[in-house]
Design a protein around this ligand. Sequence first.
Ligand SMILES: [Zn+2]
Length: 126
Amino acid sequence: MSVKANCHCGAVQIEMSHAPDALLECNCSTCGRYGAKWGYFTTDEVTVTAADGATSFYVWGDRTTNFHHCNTCGCLTHYTAADGAESDRVAVNGRMMTDRKLMDSLPMKYFDGRDSWSMVDKLPVD
Ligand SMILES: [Zn+2]
């Protein structure tokens, strides 16, 4: 069953072919600031609908990932592989899921992107 997500103002609509198995929280320098809960998909499983110019993206460092946000409400909606990065991964920010109960019911996973670069049971607290 498809699952929907949208930014706060509704300018960005996302449809996923199914609910993610889990959502992942990462504490790297970008994700840790965004506070996103990522659900992972391949490009064929996700449809993003937004008017031209409705979104912008941020890319940094080794330029592998484009973090997309809504230009109106500022919500970080998803990320895609940057041009030239050989990946068909799309990550949807689970916090945008229309069905909040479904979002809260998904198992959480944690990735320590700041220090050990590995999956952990719990993100370390400094
Ligand atoms: Zn918006």
